[in-house]
Write a protein that binds this ligand. Sequence first.
Ligand code: SAM
Length: 255
Amino acid sequence: MTITGNHKARKRFGQNFLVDAKIVDRIIATIAPKQEDNLLEIGPGQGAMTLPLLDKLTQLHVIEIDRDLISLLQSFNKDNLIVYEGDALKFDLNTLPTPLRVVGNLPYNISSPILFYLLKNRALVQDMTFMLQKEVVERMVAKHGNKTYGRLSVMMQAFFEVELIFIVPPESFEPAPKVDSAIVYLKPLRTNLINNTTVFEKVVKAAFAQRRKTLKNCLKLLLTQEQTTIDLSQRAEMLSVANFIKLTKDYEKQH
Ligand code: SAM
């Protein structure tokens, strides 16, 4: 299937449209939508995922920033499609029915801000299925001790179960991106292990600010070795997510 139409892809909106019907089918199978689910699609574009989702749902909410694509989506004339125009990062998720299942082939230029925005709103979220650059998904799922393990890995795994589902080659898109993409599935962890997300983020950010330095060095403005049982002579990439949580608790005790 090739999506027809004369929309010229806009780079500034990270537009790479899915044109591979088999990949679309696999994504829909991964989402496995049930009729009454509250689905939100971020960046529906020309509707590659939207149309098959509409066939399965009583209602589908979509948020799209590109006005030209808004007109195209409205021209589908689907009663069960609710289109919002604007920036997904400014959209108030509280206005939608919950729990939310969020899906999308995300604009790559703002994929991290979207992930962090949803992290902050995770109480509203049932699960999320996204297409992202493969390299980003690899960082999201990386375990400690790995080169790709970093701030994104810790922040995502502390709050979500994260799974790389499958890899998507550049030819599946129009225009084709330069790199592979991947489908990632995220589900909020049932037990909230962190009291204060902002404090956790601050500790994780400081720890990875200078990857080659020891934690003692990176965290010197936050806590000393005497204030924690975590060995600060190691580098941040050696510290498990559980130990980052412990480290943050030790930091919170001091403040
Ligand atoms: N879902 C379509 C597909 O798979 O073919 C399009 C995916 S394309 C990678 C990303 C889409 O997100 C584009 O339609 C783009 O206009 C839209 N977009 C970009 N930035 C956005 C933002 N801040 N808020 C909402 N949508 C955005």
